[in-house]
Design a binder for this molecule. Structure first.
Ligand SMILES: [Fe+2]
Ligand SMILES: [Fe+2]
Length: 268
């Protein structure tokens, strides 16, 4: 039997919440929605739960997909099915609340988590790493600590003050503390805590250097930087993927060039 889920919150014409996003819809409820002539609501219903995540991934990675060569497309397809599986399986895990909250707190943070996850899996595949699931989940969760930072700082359209920057820099440690009781693999915890470190020691929170930063954290660091340059943010204009790669290439001490090579080998 087909399963139905609400893709978004569904409201009646008088503004009452009928179904919350992600809520399973029985055949009976579906019939009732149809009888209410709630055409808009019907459009928001998908036939299977996995399809919701496939669609989220498809929508948020459109720019990336348009810039891939034939090898990149193949890697993208594998990466997006791993990302879909990890999202789907996370639904029954205690950290789901954080992934779900990302989309409701600030929508571009959810799109960012998806993009960083898909790009990171692709780079990890180029590097022939066998920890793709861990990298996928670590990337989805890398910025969850930002859920503890006031929205007016996250969304600020101009330069952050020193104190606001100090708050932002806490998101790595906050993220780790949010999931510390969930028995997550150390690779995932590393990604959350280390994705703002830099090989020259100028990153945060610890100022780790070179080989002290494991490859999985370096991969998410690069994916995070690429997506931050190529996506919408309230405080800047977005640039294209090629420009992002060129910018990161200019900072040879700050970004691992071998990881950037892995990404550029997949681009047109
Ligand atoms: Fe971050
Ligand atoms: Fe990020």
């Amino acid at each position: 039997m087909s399963k139905y889920y609400a893709k978004k919150d569904i409201y009646s014409k008088d503004g009452r919440l009928l179904l919350a996003s992600g809520q399973e819809i029985s055949e009976k409820t579906l019939l009732r929605l149809k009888s209410l002539d709630c055409a808009e609501a019907i459009e928001l219903v998908l036939q299977n739960e996995k399809g919701i995540y496939e669609q989220d991934i498809e929508e948020s990675t459109r720019i990336l997909k348009d810039n891939l060569n034939s090898k990149g497309i193949k890697y993208y397809e594998d990466a997006s099915s791993i990302a879909t599986k990890i999202l789907y399986e996370s639904k029954n895990q205690p950290w789901w609340i954080y992934i779900n909250t990302l989309s409701n707190y600030v929508n571009w943070m959810y799109l960012h988590a998806i993009n960083v996850s898909v790009m990171s899996i692709m780079m990890a595949k180029v590097r022939k790493l066998e920890i793709l699931n861990e990298i996928a989940l670590g990337a989805f969760l890398h910025d969850i600590g930002k859920l503890m930072i006031p929205k007016n700082i996250i969304q600020k359209p101009n330069k952050l003050s020193d104190i606001e920057m100090m708050y932002i820099k806490q998101h790595c440690d906050l993220g780790v503390s949010m999931v510390k009781d969930y028995n997550l693999n150390q690779i995932i915890l590393n990604i959350i805590s280390q994705h703002h470190e830099k090989p020259d020691g100028s990153g945060y929170p610890l100022g780790l250097q070179g080989e002290d930063i494991p490859v999985h954290s370096k991969i998410v660091m690069v994916a995070d930087a690429i997506d931050a340059i190529t996506s919408y943010r309230p405080y800047k204009l977005k640039k294209d993927l090629k420009t992002a790669i060129e910018e990161l290439r200019q900072h040879t001490a700050k970004y691992p060039q071998d990881v950037i090579d892995a990404m550029s080998s997949l681009l047109l």
